[in-house]
Design a protein around this ligand. Structure first.
Ligand code: FAD
Length: 245
């Protein structure tokens, strides 16, 4: 059944990293979502309506408080949505469909949870952060792993560092693939997110791993996990495939 659409208005835009912006939308109507889900914006161009999917980056609790939906967009040169969202005046009105997706926190789980993302693939984990904190406080080890090429690509860094500092069961690690000048004392590592799995004392019988973002990272990371003995249903994936294709 098609999801209803909601009119949204662009109310704010700011820079998150060298190539990433955050957009804040005011949503009209009775919209709600589960942390980790995504929405689709309808963009009219050349007589057609093009759909572009984006994870919701703020928590349901934050959204319910002010009605603002936060979206993190990694800009693609010449991309339809990228050009529109980087240049549009505040006040831009669009239709939005959703929520969609099942990359959501488990209702009931007792093993370790690892959430790995590249670039804006961290956005759904930021949306889940209050849930992850409450799981960690209830004794479930939670590890968030952010993968970027350069340190300047990191987004929402402080929120995760603060959460890790304040909640002993919540760990935050950064993998930087194209810089060797890293500080392992603050959980910065050179390499790819999937290279961290062997260091996490994973239990293939009880743990859950989330992968979000670059499709190549997800394929490579899923292969590592399946080779370790994880079942397919223990590896939850959300690939940011290009919507235009
Ligand atoms: C479920 C889901 C959730 C998503 N969530 C997010 C999100 O939270 N944040 C986010 O930034 N994106 C997200 N995406 C990707 C997003 O939907 C768009 O595909 C992306 O923003 C590019 O759209 P565009 O219109 O700017 O480029 P398009 O007009 O679609 O593409 C223009 C050109 O750029 C190429 N291209 C497109 N994307 C890339 C890329 N990433 N790298 C290199 N070349 C590219 C295309 O092949 C094409 O030639 C998500 C995708 C899915 C399926």
């Amino acid at each position: 059944m098609p999801r209803p659409t909601y009119p949204v208005t662009l109310i704010n835009r700011h820079t998150l990293s060298s190539n990433t912006i955050q957009l804040d939308f005011q949503v009209d109507g009775e919209f709600d979502f589960i942390a980790g889900q995504f929405v689709q914006f309808m963009i009219d161009h050349d007589g057609k309506t093009h759909k572009r999917s984006y994870s919701i980056a703020n928590s349901p609790e934050a959204f319910r408080a002010d009605g603002h939906l936060e979206i993190a967009i990694s800009l693609v040169k010449g991309g339809l949505a990228s050009e529109l969202f980087s240049q549009a005046d505040l006040g831009l009105k669009l239709d939005m469909a959703g929520p969609f997706g099942i990359l959501t926190a488990p209702a009931d789980h007792s093993g370790q949870i690892v959430l790995a993302g590249t670039g804006t693939g961290l956005a759904p984990y930021r949306s889940m952060l209050p849930t992850l904190i409450s799981m960690a406080d209830n004794g479930i080890p939670v590890t968030v792993i952010m993968g970027v090429r350069h340190r300047s690509d990191l987004i929402y860094e402080q929120a995760f560092r603060d959460a890790a500092k304040q909640h002993s069961n919540l760990d935050y690690q950064v993998c930087i693939s194209r810089e060797t000048d890293v500080d392992e004392n603050i959980n910065e590592f050179n390499g790819y997110v999937q290279e961290r799995f062997e260091h996490l004392n994973l239990d293939t019988g009880s743990d859950l791993v989330y992968l979000c973002g670059n499709p190549n990272m997800i394929d490579d990371a899923a292969k590592v996990l399946l080779d370790m003995g994880f079942g397919v249903r223990q590896v939850k994936r959300e690939k940011y495939v290009y919507s235009g294709h």
